[in-house]
Design a protein around this ligand. Sequence first.
Ligand SMILES: NC(=O)c1ccc[n+]([C@@H]2O[C@H](COP(=O)([O-])OP(=O)(O)OC[C@H]3O[C@@H](n4cnc5c(N)ncnc54)[C@H](O)[C@@H]3O)[C@@H](O)[C@H]2O)c1
Length: 255
Amino acid sequence: MLLENKVALITGGGNGIGRATALRFAQEGAVVLISDLDEEGLDTTSQEIKAAQGQVETVVCNVAERADVQRMIDTTLSKFGRLDILINNAGVNRDALTARIKDGEPRFMSNEQWDLVIDVNLKGTWLCSQLAAIPMMTQKYGRIVNTSSIGALGNIGQSNYSASKAGVIGLTKTLALEWARYNIAVNCVAPGATKTRMTAGIPEKLMEGLIGKIPFQRLGEPEEIAAAHAFLASDQASYITGQVLFVDGGISVGA
Ligand SMILES: NC(=O)c1ccc[n+]([C@@H]2O[C@H](COP(=O)([O-])OP(=O)(O)OC[C@H]3O[C@@H](n4cnc5c(N)ncnc54)[C@H](O)[C@@H]3O)[C@@H](O)[C@H]2O)c1
């Protein structure tokens, strides 16, 4: 097993990629703490892990709120005594064109759309990493995996999301440099379009066009992102830090 007896904290564990990652980590022998804003989603993930004989705890937490994040880290330490792995997976999108003219009137992406996406995706990753790093520094061991996106390379209607996910790449590289001396590796997975509720609302025609551009001609499965998380969080990746692994069916090749 890749993650035997490791203590792993997974944000956004109530749905999609976070749920698949939590299940995979439990199968790989990790004890898992999942956090999310979505309590029902947390319950479902937790039940699935327990049904598979895994060990799991849940915490409701908004990753963009420092006090919530501190409580999440404290809970991990009080329940499990250490923190080996942090998967910064929680994320949101609020798509809109940055500026356009409709019926002669200007229309904009709102401050709220910008702020929410930057707060959750970028500030949330920064906060969770910052507060998780303290126990990891004391242990002289830590593995952090952040979540960027193919969207970091640019996507119409996603200036907020793209900026947040490109920011996550810069953050990953900087934290890798700052924390290597503590034996903390910081890497990043950049998924392409993956079958979760985040892509469920894409209209059929757009989806056909999108799939047509993916070399593998299909969306990714959450389990395929979870596999990359498991590798980067494991000691198989012991000499890898500051890297971005695109898991995207090849769409970023040549981009
Ligand atoms: N699905 C894709 O195509 C795709 C592609 C690239 C990157 N990603 C990224 O993968 C990650 C997981 O996305 P997903 O596709 O599984 O989507 P999802 O919506 O199924 O899961 C995201 C989870 O994050 C939680 N969350 C949202 N805001 C939060 C907050 N403030 N605090 C704590 N939890 C919060 C949600 O409740 C949800 O459970 C995200 O970072 C997303 O940006 C997804």
